[in-house]
Design a protein. Structure first.
Length: 462
């Protein structure tokens, strides 16, 4: 066991009130309990405790905004540094991945014979699939890309989350419980089979086969159908006719717009789509403005800076302390040379056909009557110009409107799928969670939505 991890664990007070778990962690991981096991060097027991609530420990331990979640609620942090919960969690899950402890996971037959479709292989979909598979349900994940992970694979830069870590995490979910104690003793290895047909092949087979209902489907609890995009390769009615329940967790990765003049010019990009597709222009010798204050803005600015931009600005209309991005990500961006313009707002993008300049205005923070949070107000006559080559909008994301509208489900006023407290949609068999349903936009909250939906689907199927 690493001495540094042991030191981190010893620093924990094992508070009976568990503010880190109850208040700070979206997944309510039993943090004091698993850290107590780490203190005793019972890493496998620590993993068992964590795996009751999460399947993404190696991921969340690395990329969660810990200071705004678990570590931000740590009692130790009141008068000093909080416990380094993220690194301890990542260490425990990394050990589990290396030793394949996930293969020993106990599974029940409570949902034996039940078939559930999961649309989208991101944090919400993977978590939902995993918790339902533990109960014996047969899961088919429909993923439009050729790999699972969602935003983890197509939105988080590798300098924050290594591809190998994500691949190992996904493999652990697909292969959980894949051998019994007797097989473990014999050293047998029965990994889950995963369907990997290309889009071209899938388009040639029948709808029934594409939906995973062919008689020769594999015997593993989780099957994956790659290259399957909702609204293109299949629709909800197909799934309703073939499955006992459906979970929609394909996210909301269309970059939101500010609706300002010049936003349609060449050289204006959406931050989410830029990260998702990785189709960057050449930034060599160019000036780039990234608008926003969340982790997407940090990921965009650091990625663009690493791709050779001459200057990268992050423009945020509030103060630094109000930025939703993780503190560590902000500090890393500064250290790498990104320049921050706090309490500044972009009001116009100028250029003939492509971006040439941006017009900004300074802001002041005002606490309005009845408001608990200070809001930014433009300071009159404080406008100024900056020469710019590219502008990246990282001010939020929303579902793909036409796709969501075409599902025939009830939507809320923000255009997200309307769900109740159990993640049920307006159609009986269909559940939804994550960004698509307007849940809070972090990996841990998406995973929580997937886990809660799994519980609700289990109740429904019983």
């Amino acid at each position: 066991m690493e001495e540094q991890i042991k030191e981190y664990a010893e620093y924990c007070l094992n508070c009976p009130a568990k503010p880190c778990s109850q208040k700070g962690c979206p997944l309510n991981n039993d943090i004091p309990a698993f850290i107590h096991q780490v203190k005793q060097e019972n890493i496998k027991e620590a993993y068992k405790i964590l795996s009751n609530t999460t399947v993404l420990g190696s991921v969340c331990g690395r990329i969660c905004p810990h200071m705004k979640q678990c570590q931000g609620s740590c009692i130790r942090g009141i008068k000093g540094e909080p416990v380094n919960i993220g690194e301890i969690e990542a260490y425990v899950f990394d050990e589990a991945l290396e030793n394949e402890w996930y293969r020993e996971e106990k599974q029940t037959n409570e949902l034996e014979g039940k078939k559930v479709a999961v649309v989208g292989g991101g944090p919400a979909g993977l978590t939902c699939a995993s918790f339902l598979a533990r109960k014996g349900a047969k899961i088919t994940i429909y993923e439009k890309y050729n790999e699972l992970g969602g935003i983890l694979a197509h939105g988080i830069p590798e300098f924050r989350l290594e591809k190998e870590t994500l691949k190992s995490t996904v493999d652990s979910i697909l292969n959980a419980g894949s051998y019994s104690s007797e097989q473990m003793e014999d050293g047998e290895d029965q990994k889950a089979q995963v369907t990997t047909e290309s889009t071209n092949k899938i388009e040639k087979i029948s709808t029934q086969e594409a939906l995973g209902q062919n008689e020769e489907a594999n015997n593993s609890k989780i099957e994956v159908r790659y290259g399957m995009e909702l609204g293109k390769n299949f629709n909800l009615t197909d799934l309703e006719n073939s499955f006992d329940a459906i979970f929609l967790g394909f996210g909301a990765n269309v970059s939101a717009k500010m609706n300002i003049e010049g936003e349609e010019l060449e050289g204006v990009y959406g931050g989410n789509r830029l990260l998702e597709r990785g189709e960057h222009p050449s930034y060599k010798g160019k000036k780039v403005a990234v608008i926003g204050g969340g982790n997407v803005a940090m990921d965009c600015s650091r990625t663009i800076n690493r791709l050779g931009a001459d200057k990268v600005y992050v423009i945020y209309r509030r103060a630094e302390k109000q930025m939703p991005a993780e503190v560590k990500e902000i500090e890393d961006a500064k250290r790498e040379g990104v320049e921050f313009l706090f309490q500044n707002n972009i009001v116009k993008i100028l250029g003939d056909k492509k971006v040439e300049k941006i017009e900004c205005i300074k802001t002041q923070l005002v606490k309005k009557e009845g408001e608990t949070r200070e809001v930014p107000v433009n300071i009159e006559n404080s406008n100024y110009m900056l020469d710019m080559d590219y502008v990246v909008m990282a001010v939020g994301s929303e579902p793909e409107k036409e796709l969501v509208k075409g599902l025939g489900l009830e939507l809320n006023k923000w255009g997200c799928i309307n769900v109740d407290e159990k993640h049920r949609t307006s159609r009986e068999k269909i559940f939804a969670g994550g960004d698509l349903a307007g849940d809070r936009a972090t990996v841990a909250w998406a995973a929580r939505a997937g886990r809660d939906a799994a519980v609700a689907i289990e109740e429904y199927l019983k």
